[in-house]
Design a protein around this ligand. Sequence first.
Ligand SMILES: *[C@@H]1O[C@H](CO)[C@@H](O)[C@H](O)[C@H]1NC(C)=O
Ligand SMILES: *[C@@H]1O[C@H](CO)[C@@H](O)[C@H](O)[C@H]1NC(C)=O
Length: 346
Amino acid sequence: IQAKTISNVGLDRKAAFQHLTAAAPLSSYQKVWESFANQTALERDSFLRDVFPSGFLWGVSTGAFNIEGGWAEDGKGESIWDQFGHQGHAYMNQTADVACDSYHKTNYDVYLLRGLQSKLYKFSISWSRIFPSGIKASLNPRGVDYYNKLINSLQDSNIEPMITLFHWDLPQALQDLGGWQNDSIVDAFAAYADFCFATFGDRVKLWITFHEPWVISYAGYGTGKHPPGITNPGVASYKVAHTILKAHAKAWHLYDDKYRSQQHGKVGLVLNSDWAEPRSPASLDDVKAAERYMHFMLGWFAHPIFVNGDYPDILNPVAHLPSFTEEEKLLVKGTADFFDQLAKAQ
Ligand SMILES: *[C@@H]1O[C@H](CO)[C@@H](O)[C@H](O)[C@H]1NC(C)=O
Ligand SMILES: *[C@@H]1O[C@H](CO)[C@@H](O)[C@H](O)[C@H]1NC(C)=O
């Protein structure tokens, strides 16, 4: 109502904004919204109509647990999602023991991808299918065969494979040692990533380390709706996010140091975020609220990686926010070769 009133009477909203902000310097986020302060409601609600750039890869994306099935087949180890389902914690007591049965229907799934004229197929590796207990000593060659067969079949169909290393299905054996709350998992993840780069990296050039770490932290350790079902949003969520950021950075450096010059691939991660914007771009309080929202969801992960190796200052009031050492900040900063964001409109 306020915004409408202002535009109806033709008041200069930008001037109103500047009056509000005279006291403190604007953040870059606030400056962006200041430049939109004079948009009409119609302009603000209209869609951008444009075309995708040439070279845009239309693709299809899945996660191992969602589609593979074969949960204990050929030596696969149990993951936290397997156990969660078996204990009756998932929706309607469901399990993914069979799911889409992609483990047995690889050829048919690739046939469907060809039918969709997919240029790219992004899938995840089930860590416990190739390392049943999470560590290399437990290597399961039949699990490795499955992914080799899938990658080769995609290549034969001219579909570019893109691999997600971690799409939530942690080996249960590692969860039993504390999962992402135990710092030593950083090395376990790096060893797993190392194996995957070495084994599949001759054919796979696009890598995602973590799929939606916000969901892992929030749903796995905050609300407890996802395994491991921990409800400790103030402490555990921030702790596991911290560990995941370090594990991501370690895997990126490993690729950069050991594989990039031979394999010429790219490594990044998928960050999910809602999009928040101020109810009125002319209200500094609204702009600040939207900025807080974006930082707590996207900046939590994107700021350390893409900006300066550290959390956004706006997160400082979080009592149990872990801190990076100076050395860790240098290690985390700049560890993504592309920005991949999943967004949904609310
Ligand atoms: C959930 O599934 C398990 C395994 O099939 C079964 O033992 C259990 O009775 C089910 N629980 C409910 C509430 O349906
Ligand atoms: C953390 O993991 C290591 C194995 O990497 C294990 O030795 C240690 O006991 C674990 N810590 C806890 C608290 O479980």
